[in-house]
Design a protein around this ligand. Structure first.
Ligand code: ATP
Length: 345
């Protein structure tokens, strides 16, 4: 069991700053995700935790212990990468047992018992004798997971382990990873650029942008209370409006957006400009407040709901409706308390 801390960690490559001043703590047994767009520094962070690279500034600590002088093979981490990276000349059981050449199996189990235990854990009991090329992509990734877990590492690091799989397989592997992680209670850091996956799988997540932490929180917090405009737009669909504050008191504020007045929750005294977010699901045709006339441009049928893209007052707007609208013009509204104010950066 391990707590992981990154303290003011930076990493530069010549002129490129890959990470800047990153502070985060991953708690014992937690499933923690690093999410953000391509190039934001997720893999670099993971590589520094694993010890494949050193920070140019700051510290990485496992249970309080500084790791700078500890080589990767002595860090007691299990890593699963995007590409399956199984050894093609070894069968499945030999792949799983690979890490046990350097480290004894935990407890009193023998190597063979440990391999059988891990194959059962990832639901591949019958596959030990197969060669990796006889497995599907999802099965190969489960073997890679079993191999990483065989020596019972303190920390599990997963770098986009599902990105090569199709949507259905991703979902089933995601459920399996969640089950295994909570069964083993192993501290886990997961990297993905897929925000929906990050929300679904994590106890907490850090949203990264250009090498910096934008926000850390539980999935519900990140979704419902994004701290910045970037997080509001990166995580899920959102409607974001910049407005001028007309008035604010204890009960709420009134802002002007493109010549229209909207009622939103109270703002700090002295606010002049503000950035307001309203989730598509908060906009409804029956709401009586903040009525917005929308011109429909495109609709996407999603099964349970319909996503509608349109324009309000020259601005792009996204709605989530139950049915495909019959007309191109409709009016929706939102309750003031469903608007969320973010920092505009
Ligand atoms: P992706 O989702 O595309 O894998 P990422 O968020 O994992 O992206 P990183 O791979 O950590 O991003 O890269 C962060 C930044 O550091 C990028 O600008 C990248 O080009 C740069 N970078 C990473 N590794 C090196 C390197 N070895 N030499 C120079 N620049 C690097």
């Amino acid at each position: 069991m391990t707590t992981l801390r990154l303290e003011a960690v930076s990493r530069a490559y010549d002129d490129t700053v890959a990470l800047e001043n990153v502070d985060l703590t991953v708690r014992d047994g937690e499933f923690f995700t690093l999410v953000g767009p391509s190039g934001c520094g997720k893999t670099t962070t993971l590589r520094m935790i694993a010890g494949f690279e050193e920070p140019t500034a700051g510290r990485v600590r496992f249970d309080g212990r500084e790791m700078a002088s500890v080589a990767p093979e002595r860090r007691d981490v299990g890593v699963v990468f995007q590409s399956y990276a199984l050894f093609p000349h070894m069968n499945v059981a030999e792949n799983v047992g690979y890490g046990l050449r350097f480290r004894d199996p935990p407890g009193r189990t023998t190597v063979d018992e440990r391999i059988a235990e891990l194959l059962a854990l990832v639901d591949l009991e019958e596959m030990g004798d197969r060669s990796p090329e006889q497995l599907s992509g999802g099965q190969q990734q489960r073997v890679a997971l079993a191999r990483a877990l065989a020596p019972a590492p303190d920390l599990l690091l997963l770098d986009e382990p599902m990105s090569a799989l199709d949507a259905q397989l991703r979902e089933s592997l995601r459920r399996q990873i969640t089950r295994i992680q909570s069964e083993l209670e192993i501290t886990t850091v997961y990297v993905t650029h897929d925000q929906a996956e990050a929300l679904a799988i994590s106890d907490r997540l850090a949203v990264l942008r250009d090498g910096r932490v934008e926000q850390i929180g539980r999935p519900q917090e990140i979704y419902r209370e994004p701290a910045t405009r970037f997080v509001a737009e990166f995580v899920g669909d959102n409607n974001v409006f910049e407005g001028t504050v007309l008035s604010t008191d204890r009960d709420g504020a009134r802002v002007e957006v493109g010549g229209r007045q909207l009622d939103i929750p109270a703002l700090p005294d002295g606010s002049e400009r503000t950035t307001v977010c309203v989730r598509p699901g908060a906009l409804s045709r029956t709401a009586t407040h903040n009525r917005l006339p929308v011109t429909v441009e495109t609709t996407e049928f999603l099964g349970e709901t319909v996503r509608v893209h349109g324009r309000w007052n020259g601005r792009e707007i996204t709605l989530q409706l139950e049915n495909v609208p019959e007309r191109d013009d409709l009016t929706v509204g939102f309750a003031p308390e469903d608007a969320h104010v973010v920092a505009s950066r």
